[in-house]
Design a protein around this ligand. Structure first.
Ligand code: SF4
Ligand code: SF4
Length: 128
């Protein structure tokens, strides 16, 4: 079993998850990051730190992003990182490459995430 990075990461790539992973199994593509399912140890450390909630346990993927399980796995089947695939321009899975720019959509999500944090803080200090 594995965790999976889905579409919200595309064009964000803040790498917050990378520093949390104890086995260094999160790799960088050109527009998104990918979890190697052969290396992930299901520790859950990456999921809570993602600011756009892009990381899911594979069985918990929303139906409309279910194909990201294959997207993550196939990224590592295409070409070995560091040899055929240069580290400075690693490319992406074809489904990610075909996506339109996500930045406008992401700004809306980020704003929502900030408001959600503010709401959580308000609940903490002024419990109902
Ligand atoms: S669940 Fe753990 S091992 Fe798997 S990608 Fe996340 S931090 Fe790394
Ligand atoms: S924390 Fe989330 S948005 Fe940031 S790089 Fe990881 S998966 Fe992408």
């Amino acid at each position: 079993m594995t965790y999976v990075i889905a579409q919200p990461c595309v064009d964000i790539k803040d790498r917050a998850c990378v520093t949390e992973c104890p086995v260094d199994c999160i790799y960088e593509g050109s527009r998104t990051l990918y979890i190697n399912p052969a290396e992930c140890v299901d520790c859950h450390a990456c999921e809570p730190v993602c600011p756009v909630e892009a990381i899911f346990y594979e069985d918990d993927l929303p139906r409309h992003w279910a194909h990201y399980r294959s997207v993550n796995a196939e990224f590592f089947e295409a070409a070995p990182l560091g040899r055929d695939r240069p580290r400075d321009s690693p490319g992406d899975h074809p489904l990610v490459t075909a996506l339109p720019p996500q930045s406008l959509y992401k700004k809306e999500i980020s704003a929502f995430a900030v408001r959600k944090e503010e709401a959580a803080d308000a609940d903490l200090w002024f419990p109902s």
